[in-house]
Structures are given as structure tokens and as C-alpha cells.
Design a protein. Structure first.
Length: 196
């Protein structure tokens, strides 16, 4: 993340995203696929590390193999196979976008970090190393089981996350960079999908 100063002089926390150029690798129609959408490909991939199915799919669009593909329904513009889209074609400064990505994986975590539990309580009354324990998990003889979905320790992060209403602060069309206010999910250099 970085920050820029707004017109009122306040610092705005921002994230810089490289967004494009993207190539239309497939146009889905109601007659052929049952719904209307376009598929965009992003990032260059070497042919020797790409499967033959992806190479053939990209050759139909007359482009080199791509690293990532994303499908968009309700696209505003009518596009054809092989068209190249840049950020200046879609976004305008001041627009609001949603960022969809995979959050950072944090591994196996306890209930305090995973679900914001406060622990069992103080360290008095004979308590010993129970400060971060989950406490009671349910009843005894009835229902004599633990209900599904009970918040317990487990793997945290590595989930699909959507951050909504991020404002487009600035566009750099010559470098295909877009500056949005706020943070986006995932680690540095991870892939995100921007939706209008």
C-alpha cells in the first residue's frame, strides 16, 4: 500500500494495481453457451510451461498463452474475440470498484485469532494456561453432540474475499496502473479481479 493526498489535504491510503492490458479470449453467447459473457486473459505465459488446451484456446483469439482468465457477465461494451482492453476503456477517476481476490493464508490458528474470542478470562482462581482456550463447546447428555458450524480452531485465511466500494483515485493508462483507495485482499503480486 501507499498513500496520496486528496484535494482537502488528507492522506488517503491506496493500493496500486497493474490491470491490463487484457485480451478477449472467449465470447459466450446465449445460443451457444446458454448465457452471455466475455472471458478476459491476463499476463504472458511461456509456451513450454502451458498446457496444450490453453495454447489452443488462446490461438483462437490470436494471442500468446495467458496466465489468468476471468469471466465477466453484463459487460457494457460489445467486444469481439481478440480485442485488447486497457484500463482507460473501462475505468474513470472517481468510479467505485470491487476487488475480488484470495486472502493471505495464516495456517492453523486458535479461536482468539480466528474468531476474535477473548479467552476464558483472568488468571485467578487456580487457572493455569487456559487464557486462550475456547471454553465450553456445548451441552452434555442432550443433544450429546457438537453442532455443525461451531466456531473452533482451524485453518484461517486463504479464502475468496470481495472488498466493495473502493474508489478509483488515479489512472496511469500508459503503464496500465490503477490506484484505488483502501486495501485489497491477498499478498503482494497476487491476482485480483476488479468489478465495476
Amino acid at each position: 500500500m501507499t498513500s496520496v493526498y486528496g484535494e482537502d489535504g488528507k492522506a488517503i491510503g491506496c493500493t496500486l494495481i497493474e490491470a491490463g492490458p487484457c485480451v478477449v479470449t472467449q465470447v459466450k453467447t446465449i445460443e451457444k453457451d446458454g448465457y452471455q459473457a466475455i472471458q478476459l486473459g491476463y499476463g504472458e505465459n511461456k509456451e513450454k510451461t502451458t498446457t496444450n488446451s490453453v495454447i489452443g484456446h488462446c490461438k483462437r483469439a490470436n494471442t500468446s498463452p495467458k496466465k489468468k482468465f476471468a469471466e465477466f457477465k453484463h459487460f457494457e461494451k460489445t467486444l469481439n474475440l481478440g480485442d485488447v482492453i486497457s484500463i482507460a476503456d473501462i475505468f474513470v477517476e472517481g468510479d467505485y470498484v470491487d476487488a475480488v481476490g484470495t486472502s493471505k493464508g495464516k495456517g492453523f490458528q486458535g479461536v482468539v485469532k480466528r474468531h476474535n474470542f477473548s479467552g476464558v478470562g483472568g488468571q485467578t482462581h487456580g487457572q493455569h494456561n487456559r487464557g486462550r482456550a475456547p471454553g465450553s463447546i456445548g451441552s452434555a447428555s442432550f443433544p450429546s453432540r457438537v453442532f455443525k458450524g461451531l466456531r473452533m480452531a482451524g485453518r484461517t485465511g486463504n479464502d475468496r474475499v470481495k472488498i466493495q466500494n473502493l474508489q478509483v483515485v488515479k489512472l496511469f493508462p500508459d503503464k496500465n496502473l490503477i490506484l484505488v483507495s483502501g486495501s485489497i485482499p491477498g499478498a503482494n503480486n497476487s491476482y485480483v479481479i476488479l468489478e465495476k
